[in-house]
Design a protein around this ligand. Structure first.
Ligand code: ATP
Ligand code: MG
Length: 395
């Protein structure tokens, strides 16, 4: 950077991870690595690591907005700020403000200085006052409001430069991806499971996926919809460790389940097999947990009795259900924010959706489910064949 120029930067402040005491170094190193991976396509960026923040410099003008949007979706970041580095010279700072504050409109403002370099001759209050006086003098339509200013002029005094910014934007928050291990999410083409995956990533889990397809009842389009959803929510192009999708052809099991004597239990038993297969993969590939987009009370298969009966088949794998207590509107709002909603509502049949009995049982019992499963004398070899033919695909 030329010493005299003003440089536009992205200023990133960490989230909860600063609270994590001793682990902080490990967390912030992982976050920095994730940010670099996410911005891998932009070759000339310079990353500067500070105690609780990261600066990105050398950003090409034409890519600024794109880079800003990517950073906003990286888990573990509390604030993403468009800021300026200004040489440490009050005249330069004032001319920057002259250029960048609204020329004609009325506005209220407050100056908030943070003196990082304690050797700077003015303390923060004196500096606030100096700059405030300057703004009042030059902008006759400006007024100070210390409680709810329309423009908060943030100034950080560093040893060689000022960092100045007006607008803060919230980052995604949460923890850096990967800090909490790996989870296998059961993903459909619906609205819920992509949102559940997003929330898990936000909490720092690396997520891989398992989807059940049932050709010819579902077409290639259903599967490519699920793949598009995964791409959307994982920023997959930009992350080195690509997410894996396990694709399981459920049709043979589905046909067998269709023969049980009590049809109202079809979904319950189908879902018991979903979980068995999820558990099988979780153990085989050492996932810490499996996860679903299940939500209490939305559909017949999601009553507490149903969840108990379905979970009965997995005794030693934990199931995470991040959406359990969410309202549908809350889920849709997140789906819209992360861009999965538009894909989820495309009208391709979901795997196994052609399989819904007219009267699904709402309070299934474990004993009944077990008895019905015993009726399916061919199920064991079919199950064995099904798990052997699972396809593993990098997205
Ligand atoms: P979603 O919107 O995620 O499909 P939903 O509200 O439609 O959820 P269900 O269809 O009962 O509810 O599914 C509950 C959960 O079971 C899903 O969130 C997902 O985790 C899992 N699931 C359902 N169908 C499939 C499938 N075809 N492949 C993989 N997982 C599935
Ligand atoms: Mg569904």
């Amino acid at each position: 950077m030329n010493k005299n120029t003003i440089t536009k930067i992205i200023y990133i402040k960490f989230g909860e991870l600063v609270l994590k005491g001793k682990n902080r170094c490990q967390f912030s190193a992982l976050l920095l690595r994730n940010i670099k991976k996410a911005l891998f396509d932009f070759k000339k960026l310079i990353f500067i690591y500070k105690y609780d923040a990261i600066l990105i410099k050398n950003i090409p003008n034409q890519s600024f907005a794109e880079i800003f949007d990517i950073v906003k979706m990286i888990p573990g970041i509390r604030l993403v700020i468009e800021a300026n580095i200004i040489p440490r010279n009050q005249t330069k700072l004032c001319s920057f403000l002259l250029k960048n504050l609204p020329k004609k409109l009325f506005f209220t403002f407050k100056v908030k200085t943070k003196r990082i370099d304690k050797k700077y001759p003015l303390n923060s209050l004196e500096f606030d006052r100096n700059i405030g006086d300057f703004v009042l003098k030059k902008f006759s339509h400006a007024k100070v409001d210390v409680h709810q200013p329309q423009i908060l002029i943030n100034i950080e005094i560093n040893d060689k430069y000022f960092i100045v910014y007006f607008n803060k934007q919230k980052g995604l928050g949460g923890f850096p991806l990967g800090i909490n291990g790996r989870v296998l999410v059961l993903i459909s083409g619906g609205i819920d499971s992509p949102v559940a995956s997003h929330l898990l990533m936000k909490r720092g889990f690396h997520v891989d996926f398992l989807t059940f397809i049932s050709p010819p009842h579902t077409t290639k389009k259903s599967l490519s919809k699920t793949i598009d959803l995964i791409k959307k929510i994982t920023l997959s192009k930009r992350i080195e460790q690509k997410p894996i999708l396990y694709i399981c052809n459920f049709t043979p099991l589905q046909h067998e389940i269709a023969h049980i004597s009590n049809h109202s239990y079809q979904i319950t038993i189908m879902r018991r097999y979903f979980f068995r297969i999820g558990q099988y993969l979780a153990k085989l590939y050492k996932y810490s947990a499996i996860a679903t987009g299940e939500n209490l009370g939305q559909v017949a298969s999601q009553t507490i009795e149903s969840i108990i009966t379905i979970s009965d088949v997995i005794k030693d794998t934990i199931v995470l259900r991040p959406l359990l207590t969410y309202d549908k509107e809350e889920i849709i709002a997140i789906a819209k924010k992360i861009g999965s909603f538009e894909i989820s509502i495309l009208p391709y049949p979901d795997a196994c959706s052609g399989f819904v009995p007219t009267n699904p049982v709402t309070k299934p019992k474990i004993t009944v489910a077990k008895k019905l499963e015993k009726e399916m004398i061919m199920i064991k070899p079919i199950y064995e064949k099904t798990i052997k033919s699972i396809i593993k695909k990098e997205i």
